[in-house]
Design a protein around this ligand. Structure first.
Ligand code: AMP
Length: 249
């Protein structure tokens, strides 16, 4: 089976996010970017399916600026076979990304599409669900185990009350949770090999998708600063403060 994996280029999770002085967004100039961590988990899962002989080809897709090609090369170095860059210099919101992925899924006919459960820059947690709805395919979100068979895929989902086990008909859309696997580091020889793997570039317009934003960001602000804590001398004082000041007991 073919597996399609969506990978987004986001500000690296180690970077301390700063809001732009004009409050229109976050600072991205001179900031380190990396693959969205949940998408690394999705790539790892797809590569493991290939190593197990279940997947025949792993195709990675990114919607973003020319620099997103680096993110795709990182996925190729982890073991993906080929990449598609849907080049877009402006912001592309989840519904448009889902429409682009639908167009590619219709063209490539994968049995599984893997996405991260959320992108750590917009925290939308929408793209996978929208894609499944647009395709009319089964969806398994927040997946911590995925075992595909011939016609179905068994998944375990991380839900509030514990774990939910489902069997989905293929083709299906899955979104990855943190505990699905631990992504590998690409080895130097694989990084070199990835440079020769195919990377096609296209645009949303060529796929028939209008990426004009439907949501407008009015203003971005820093969260209020946390007040410094205090040290109390003993348990009695702590209890007194919880009762009389914080009024929580
Ligand atoms: P979101 O709905 O924005 O939280 O993103 C959920 C998942 O959709 C991400 O983890 C990616 O797998 C995928 N995704 C979102 N935006 C993009 C993009 N621009 N390019 C590729 N994949 C994306």
């Amino acid at each position: 089976m073919k597996v399609l994996v969506a990978v987004k280029r986001v500000v690296d999770y180690n970077v301390k996010i700063r809001v732009k002085s004009d409050n229109t967004g976050v600072e991205t100039a001179n900031v380190k970017f990396a693959m969205n961590p949940f998408d690394e988990i999705a790539v790892e899962e797809a590569v493991r399916l290939k190593e197990a002989g279940t997947a025949t080809e792993v195709i990675v897709v990114s919607v973003g600026p020319a620099a997103a090609a680096e993110t795709l090369r990182a996925a190729l170095a982890m073991g993906a076979d080929r990449a598609i860059l849907v080049q877009a210099e402006d912001e592309v919101q989840p519904l448009s990304v889902a429409q682009i992925l639908r167009a590619l899924a219709e063209r490539e006919q994968p049995r599984l599409v893997l996405l991260g459960k959320q992108a750590i820059d917009d925290d939308s947690n929408q793209t996978g669900q929208m894609l499944a709805a647009l395709l009319g395919w089964a969806q398994g979100t927040f997946v911590s185990r995925a075992e595909p068979g011939d016609e179905t895929v068994a998944v375990t989902r991380e839900v509030d009350g514990g774990l939910e086990t489902l069997t989905l008909r293929l083709p299906a859309v899955l979104t990855t949770d943190l505990r699905l696997n631990e992504p590998r580091y690409a080895s130097l020889p694989n990084i070199m090999k990835a440079k020769k793997k195919p990377l096609d570039t296209t645009t949303a317009a060529a796929l028939g998708v209008d990426t004009r934003p439907r949501l407008l960001t009015l203003r971005v602000e820093e969260p209020p600063r946390r007040q410094a804590g205090i040290k109390v001398p003993d348990v009695a004082t702590l209890l007194d403060k919880l009762k009389t000041e914080a009024k929580v007991i």
